[in-house]
Design a protein around this ligand. Structure first.
Ligand code: ADP
Ligand code: MG
Length: 245
């Protein structure tokens, strides 16, 4: 089943500029999708369109098979949730973790029992219940990213859109978060932007390669990493770090 899709999407921030050109892709349930490409190739913009934070100039965004519009946006906001790169700037320092986690429930009008949902989300990211009463400054970078993931999980989304979610973290923390994303992949589907091919290979069976706003290659990750079809992909793969795992 296609959870999310882009159909022949074109997008630019102002008239005349093209940031995404004729982009089509589909996110299949249970099939994590990795996105790689040079800086500026349009990866974050693509995620913003999938989130419904920006709309294409031409083409369509589909959410659970339905075109994304005013009538489907409410359901879409529960259906997909983002995780961003920097856990130091993405969490409000004045709020407790409980406030951070219940805020989306309030915004989306969900949950009769917010406290139960907070405990469930903390447990899903392997943080202790006591974390709820503390503030972001009490936590390490990796723990903060777990809080950001818990905030994304609280509305029980079907898709997590993660934009370089481990790039700001040190290597050992990165490994434990990759394990967490692998565990979460049992219940939801991940769309993961990363420049770290080891992370992509560990989590995503499907891969999209972007260059200057276009998808230049797509298919099974293993196949593309073993035998990239395009010269651009070969250059990109040669320039990206491959961490031993
Ligand atoms: P990536 O995530 O692959 O590095 P982005 O999607 O962030 O790429 O950016 C793609 C292109 O769009 C870049 O040329 C970037 O400068 C431009 N861009 C991104 N955000 C904006 C914005 N808010 N206004 C104008 N141009 C933007
Ligand atoms: Mg980006």
């Amino acid at each position: 089943m296609s959870l999310l899709a882009l159909e022949q999407v074109h997008f630019g921030f102002s008239r005349g500029t093209k940031v995404l050109r004729d982009v089509s892709l589909s996110v299949t349930q249970g099939q994590n999708l990795g996105i790689v490409g040079e800086s500026g190739s349009g990866k974050s913009t693509l995620l913003r369109l999938l989130l419904g934070l920006a709309a294409p100039q031409t083409g369509r965004v589909l959410s659970a098979g339905q075109p994304l519009d005013r009538s489907t946006m409410q359901a879409h906001r529960r259906f997909v949730q983002p995780v961003f790169q920097d856990p130091y700037t993405s969490l409000d320092p004045r709020m407790t973790v409980r406030q951070i986690l219940t805020e989306p429930l309030r915004a989306l009008g969900l949950a009769a029992d917010p406290e139960a949902e907070v405990l469930r989300a903390l447990s899903a990211v392997r943080l202790l219940p006591e974390a709820a009463d503390r503030r972001p400054r009490d936590f390490s970078g990796g723990q903060r990213q777990r809080i950001a993931i818990a905030r994304a999980l609280i509305a029980r989304p079907k898709v997590l859109l993660a934009d370089e979610p481990v790039s700001a973290l040190d290597l050992s923390t990165r490994a434990s978060l990759i394990d967490l994303f692998a565990a979460l992949s049992q219940q939801l589907t991940l769309v993961l932007v990363s420049h770290d091919l080891a992370v992509i290979a560990a989590l995503c069976p499907s891969l999209v390669v972007m260059e200057q706003g276009r998808i230049v290659e797509t298919g099974p990750t293993r196949q593309i990493l073993d035998a990239p079809a395009h010269a651009y992909t070969r250059r990109l793969l040669a320039s990206l770090p491959r961490l031993p795992r």
